[in-house]
Design a protein around this ligand. Structure first.
Ligand code: DAH
Length: 339
């Protein structure tokens, strides 16, 4: 008959060597060292051992328990922490707190465009759009910008080598440099009266710095009806300024020149810049030039109108105190999250 103590010892040594992870190790602990484990059972055999062998049996059984305990601790150390399973397959701890998903948000320029659409919408302006790849005719010719005008300089525009589609007007194509193109497109297809705004991207090959990027946004306005005057333009701009920047906002029109308006003006708005109130230039405006009406087939004797074009980044930067336009397009979520 084999000795039960020797047998348990070799069985325990074999089992321990085969253990590969903390779960198996815990299983071993229960099986051998638990309150109903094999070591306990060995002690119950002491009753049936002949009296003269009892002291030796008891001593050897105690020694075995000490040995198994120290082998167990040793194996546990080899396997690392008893709570971290060493198995190769990844395990899922469903009690760990999860990572909250980060919510995205509307880009600050899109928010600004939405707000502007809303403010002008309340004043009865519909939203119109036009293509970003434009032809020479809509970007310049119909807007009364003659052939030799410096605004057409190739250094100031993104002309395209391969025009998208054929131009019936025979001109070059370019990425539009102003949303005024949409005035032409709307008037070509719509009979007056007209009351639209046209938000969109425009492109100019400017060096990037704190106030310039080669793509930015404008919002164009066009109002055509009988007997429209400069007073209507100014009233509309005042109402816009009050609705968007608050009732204390003031506007001022400075005489200027644009080929497609006569007279023309630069629009400034007095707003809070840091701690003081200051005049900030937001864009241009004026009364639609009769040549523009003729280009789209409106009778300039019958129809009158005003137009304006504002810089959207400028509006957003002033509103939120953003001092570098490039931040708007670098897609750094730490910046974008603030709005
Ligand atoms: N298109 C002009 C620009 O980009 C801005 C502008 C000025 C638009 C006067 C207008 C206007 O509609 O009437 O500089």
């Amino acid at each position: 008959m084999t000795d039960p103590i020797d047998e348990l010892e070799s069985q325990a040594t074999r089992d321990l060597a085969a253990i590969a992870n903390a779960q198996d190790l815990e299983q071993f602990r229960i099986q051998y060292m638990g309150s109903k484990g094999l070591l306990k059972q060995l002690m119950t055999q002491l009753k049936s051992v002949p009296p003269d062998q009892k002291p030796l049996f008891g001593k050897r059984a105690n020694e075995l328990r000490g040995k198994i305990e120290s082998l167990f601790e040793q194996r546990k150390g080899e396997l690392g922490s008893s709570t971290t399973p060493k198995s190769k397959s990844p395990t899922l701890d469903i009690t760990e707190p999860g990572l909250p998903p980060r919510l995205g948000r509307t880009h600050v320029i899109t928010q600004t465009l939405d707000e502007l659409n809303e403010v002008f919408g309340r004043m009865g302006f519909d939203v119109a759009t036009g293509p970003e790849v434009e032809d020479d005719y809509h970007n310049f010719v119909a807007l009364n910008i003659p052939e030799q005008h410096p605004a057409r300089d190739p250094l100031d525009n993104f002309y395209l080598k391969h025009p998208a589609g054929d131009s019936k007007q025979g001109g070059n194509h370019l990425l539009r440099s102003q949303t005024s193109t949409i005035q032409i497109r709307v008037m070509e297809t719509t009979a007056p009266p007209i009351r639209i705004i046209a938000p969109g991207r425009v492109y100019r090959p400017d060096e990037h710095d704190a106030t310039h990027t080669s793509m930015f946004h404008q919002i164009e306005g066009l109002y055509v009806d009988r007997n429209v005057t400069m007073a209507d333009l100014k009233t509309t701009l005042i109402q816009f300024a009050h609705a968007y920047f608050g009732p204390e906002a003031e506007i001022r029109l400075r005489p200027s020149f644009f080929p497609f308006t006569e007279p023309s003006a630069e629009l400034d708005i007095k707003m809070r810049v840091k701690d003081t109130w200051d005049w900030v230039e937001l864009g241009g405006c004026g009364m639609v030039d009769p040549n523009v009406f003729e280009a789209v087939g409106y009778d300039p004797e019958e129809w009158t109108g005003f137009a304006f074009g504002l810089g959207v980044e400028r509006i957003a930067m002033r509103k939120y105190g953003i001092t570098d336009i490039r931040w708007l397009f670098e897609n750094d979520v730490r910046f974008l999250r603030q709005f």
